[in-house]
Design a protein around this ligand. Structure first.
Ligand code: SF4
Length: 362
């Protein structure tokens, strides 16, 4: 197939779903590790096309959702700092921290700007020489190289008023932490196409070989997702556990070494807090000491009191695949997309938002 429309072909999607229904005999619960897959499954009604033997559960794949409350609190403190402009992606400004969100700070007069890319934040810094522009960097290995490229651009432009508050996360350590936790009864993983485009497939090999869990790297259109689930079901029925790539038009086993090298030039792994998973060793990215001048964590006082989550929000369990959103007492009552209590309802890739928009009638 050459055109994206072909990956949205309803007849092909129906045919793939029929093949899954014919083939699946063994009950299997697969986890999707990417918020875009969570949304694609819900938006296109793919759950309803699967047989009772196959179910999908969301994992910690939504970058906004896994950002820890303390990281939001630090960004809120920055936004309250005179002379600082905090620039970040749209969803993140609405995520509640212990003492309000970035959106609330903005409503109170703080300088919080929504940008569409890290390079927009660099442009903002060039246009606002009187201000210190701090880009709040979140996301996985897909986003981190673009932030590294933005720092490189700021360096080339000789900017002195740009820095990055890094809350980036790395997927493989989180996958390891998830598998070391309580048994979730998983039968395999729908692996993230975008992240794997950068890091390649090596990190899934131990999951398949040692844990016996099939891994399929999936694209994001409905036909991609169903074809990937079919590949997972085939492995289960044939007693195999291997790493396979459905999203071959974008992903190679080696990933993108140039993007990884750019990321490694500026960032190094550090222990990082995850919502729902706690602190995971070497699962975040901090700027390397030789690039300290771009590091907002070194340039500003970001000490904050201990974080406090909303006591009723169950995002942590939702992100670990232990709970579905309707099992949270606040779902669709106190917590809705227009009045979100937790990040899983804020984010356009959040599991609670996906259930609220597309699966409330189930
Ligand atoms: Fe948190 Fe709202 Fe989801 Fe409940 S429904 S887990 S409060 S985001």
């Amino acid at each position: 197939m050459k055109h994206v429309d072909e990956y949205r072909d309803p007849a092909l999607a129906q045919e793939l779903a029929a093949r899954i229904r014919r083939l699946s005999r063994t009950p299997a619960r697969f986890m999707e590790l990417c918020g875009t897959h969570t949304m694609a499954l819900a938006r296109h009604g793919l759950h309803a096309m699967l047989p009772p033997t196959v179910s999908m559960v969301s994992g910690p794949g939504c970058p906004v959702c896994v950002t820890a409350t303390e990281e939001i609190d630090r960004a809120v403190k920055l936004a309250r700092t005179p002379g600082v402009v905090v620039a970040t992606f749209g969803d993140l400004v609405r995520v509640p921290g212990s003492r309000g969100s970035l959106a609330a700070q903005r409503a109170g007069g703080a300088a919080v700007e929504v940008v569409y890319s890290p390079l927009d934040a660099v442009s903002l810094a060039a246009k606002r020489p009187e201000a210190q522009v701090v880009f709040l960097g979140i996301g996985f290995e897909t986003t981190a190289p673009t932030v590294a490229a933005a720092i490189l651009t700021a360096e080339q432009q000789g900017l002195k008023n740009f820095s990055v508050l890094s809350a980036h996360k790395l997927l493989p350590p989180a996958l390891g932490a998830l598998l070391s936790g309580p048994d979730l009864g998983l039968g395999g993983f729908l692996c993230p196409g975008h992240v794997t485009t950068v890091i390649g497939t090596a990190c899934y090999e131990p999951v398949a070989r040692e844990r016996g869990l099939p891994c399929v790297v999936a694209g994001f259109e409905p036909v991609d997702v169903l074809a990937s689930i079919l590949m997972l079901v085939k492995q289960v029925e044939e007693g195999r556990s291997e790493v396979e790539i459905q999203y071959q038009r974008a992903v190679s086993p080696q990933g993108n070494p140039a993007a990884v090298a750019l990321m490694d030039r500026f960032f190094e792994p550090v222990d990082a807090p995850w919502r729902g998973l706690g602190v995971i060793a070497a699962s975040g990215l901090a700027l390397r000491p030789e690039h300290a001048k771009w590091d907002a964590a070194r340039r500003f006082d970001l000490e904050v009191p201990p974080a406090q989550d909303h006591p009723g929000c169950r995002c942590g369990e939702v992100l670990r695949g232990m709970l579905t959103p309707p099992e949270c007492k606040l779902f669709a009552t106190a917590c809705t997309p227009s009045s979100p209590v937790g990040p899983c309802m804020v984010s356009s890739e959040g599991t609670c938002a996906a259930w609220y928009r597309y699966r409330r009638e189930e």
